[in-house]
Design a protein around this ligand. Structure first.
Ligand SMILES: *[C@@H]1O[C@H](CO)[C@@H](O)[C@H](O)[C@H]1NC(C)=O
Ligand SMILES: *[C@@H]1O[C@H](CO)[C@@H](O)[C@H](O)[C@H]1NC(C)=O
Ligand SMILES: *[C@@H]1O[C@H](CO)[C@@H](O)[C@H](O)[C@H]1NC(C)=O
Ligand SMILES: *[C@@H]1O[C@H](CO)[C@@H](O)[C@H](O)[C@H]1NC(C)=O
Ligand SMILES: *[C@@H]1O[C@H](CO)[C@@H](O)[C@H](O)[C@H]1NC(C)=O
Length: 369
């Protein structure tokens, strides 16, 4: 009887100790987790890089190559790439660049959207009423990390290459190729224009109507960042990566009907980036009068916003338009003219040029053209 009581007493002490341990673990988890989110420690260790190692200054200054432990992919261990660089650019605070991880991940995009408020906006500025489409499209992608090569550079120098006609005959190709990260957009070609625009492409921002479909433009070193404007775009990605036949219905113009990139090369841009471009940077109204087409930022401006989230230094090329000559060429390729751009109802070029001028005047960016 006595033995029995001691025994049960012993058990309950064990239970209490266990309970205390579990509670302590829960509290620790809460604190760490809360801190991670509060600091926007937002990075994914997709390739198994541990953030603590790479965030340490000694890593940055000594330049020693550290081999990372193999960790299972987890969406919680996020941190910002900017933390690897000790040079904190002034524009970060001035522009209010709070660090958003730029690509959506299948396993936590809903939670991230809730955290950033993207669940309150519809496309192209949020995921509201398109969650299922996002889920489907993301299920076709293998990962959502930065390309590993770029992820390993501590202080990234980036150039955003616009498609402007101003790039013609400037022979900036070599200069452009010298950056760590080269961001291009839509179907601005490299082939045939290497002297003026360079050869390398790290990121290419596109949407279904603007993505390359001719395999001649395939580059194995490019990561394609899909800007989603409408649910149809997500369905398109799901269909095209599933090898299904694409119907061209529901697009602004004919979309790509075949995918030249591997699914491992594709990311989906977090709509918060697009929202930030439109509302915080260009000050677009959230509502437009019925008779007016709603204005959205151009791919170029979205690309610059993306650059501010992943780079420490942002340079621009090909962003100037010549409004004085309607016959001047709009792009460095093809033969569209400025008059076509001036008729564009979907963008507010005036607002964008004003914003760009501000960025350049305040030395937030360096303009090469
Ligand atoms: C660019 O240079 C080529 C050959 O040098 C010339 O034919 C062309 O007219 C030039 N284009 C512009 C826009 O200056
Ligand atoms: C891709 O990158 C590798 C390694 O940097 C390089 O050798 C190769 O030429 C690049 N390919 C293209 C098409 O740029
Ligand atoms: C622009 O081109 C059109 C026709 O191609 C021509 O009639 C017009 O004079 C040109 N304008 C300028 C400013 O060169
Ligand atoms: C340029 O315009 C001509 C006729 O206006 C057209 O035949 C040609 O295909 C165009 N070239 C390109 C690259 O769009
Ligand atoms: C474009 O933006 C400017 C502000 O930069 C504004 O004054 C103008 O009304 C806008 N135009 C359209 C068509 O929305």
């Amino acid at each position: 009887m006595l033995l029995c009581r001691v025994h049960t007493h012993g058990l309950s002490v064990m239970k209490r100790i266990l309970l205390v341990f579990i509670l302590a673990a829960a509290v620790m988890y809460g604190i760490l987790h809360g801190n991670l989110w509060r600091n926007n420690f937002y990075w994914i260790s997709f390739y198994g890089q541990t953030s603590s190692v790479r965030a340490s200054p000694s890593y940055v200054t000594s330049g020693v190559t550290i081999s990372y432990n193999e960790l299972p992919p987890t969406a919680v261990e996020r941190r910002n790439a900017l933390d690897t660089c000790l040079l904190k650019p002034a524009f970060e605070s001035l522009l209010g660049v709070d660090k958003i991880y730029p690509f959506l991940c299948a396993n936590d995009f809903i939670r991230v959207a809730g955290f950033q408020g993207s669940n309150k906006f519809e496309l192209p500025y949020g995921i509201k009423r398109a969650e299922q489409f996002f889920r489907l499209a993301l299920s076709r992608l293998q990962n959502c990390g930065l390309p590993s090569e770029e992820d390993s550079i501590a202080c990234r120098r980036c150039v955003v290459v616009g498609n402007g006609g101003v790039l013609r005959n400037k022979t900036l190709g070599e200069k452009i190729d010298s950056y760590d990260v080269i961001i291009r957009m839509n179907n601005g070609p490299v082939i045939g224009y290497e002297e003026d625009v360079g050869r390398r492409t790290t990121f290419r921002l596109s949407y279904p109507e603007s993505i390359f479909s001719d395999p001649i433009h395939y580059d194995p070193n490019t990561t394609v960042v899909l800007i989603v404007f409408k649910p149809r775009d997500l369905k398109w990605l799901w269909e095209i990566l599933g090898g299904q036949k694409i119907s061209a219905k529901g697009f602004w113009k004919k979309p790509a009907l075949n995918m030249i990139y591997k699914s491992s090369q594709i990311r989906i841009l977090d709509p918060s980036i697009t929202r930030k471009t439109a509302y915080e940077w260009l000050h677009f109204p959230t509502r437009f009068p019925k008779k007016e087409k709603p204005k959205h930022p151009t791919t170029g401006l979205i690309a610059i916003t993306l650059a501010f989230h992943i780079c420490h230094e942002v340079h621009l090329a090909g962003f100037k338009y010549d409004f004085t000559d309607r016959n001047s060429s709009l792009h460095y390729y093809g033969n569209e003219t400025m008059s076509q751009m001036m008729q564009n109802e979907y963008h507010n070029i005036t607002a964008e040029q004003k914003f760009l001028k501000k960025l350049i005047d305040k030395n937030f960016v360096v303009n090469l053209t």
